[in-house]
Design a protein around this ligand. Structure first.
Ligand SMILES: [Zn+2]
Length: 110
């Protein structure tokens, strides 16, 4: 494999590790908030909302990471246009399934 491709794979792997770590850290912080929560309803609903969001993100991360490990060619390809997603975008948002162009296009339509 080309050195530049290996370099890209390493960078994406790091981005995934960063996101996993961050999400797990945030989930652990929520667990602590839950323990110290003194039956505060507002705090409870804030916590569950955040918890749901983080859990969903973690699920997405896991799915995308598995695809990346098992089939990097499909992972790198934009689901909408089939072009290669720019490496900078994948490093910033490793769970993304589309390139910036397609993502923005979709946003404008909806
Ligand atoms: Zn695209």
């Amino acid at each position: 494999m080309e050195e530049s491709v290996l370099q890209e794979i390493r960078q994406i792997k790091k981005a995934f590790e960063r996101e996993f770590e961050k999400t797990i850290r945030e989930l652990s912080a929520l667990m602590v908030r839950k323990i110290v929560n003194n039956n505060d309803e507002k705090e409870s609903s804030d916590i569950s909302l955040l918890e749901d969001r983080l859990a969903k993100y973690l699920e997405k991360l896991e799915k995308r990471y598995l695809l990346f490990l098992r089939s990097p060619e499909s992972y790198l390809k934009c689901e909408a246009c089939g072009e290669k997603i720019p490496i900078e975008r994948l490093i910033n948002v490793p769970v993304t399934r589309q390139c910036c162009k397609c993502k923005n296009h979709k946003k404008k339509k909806s």
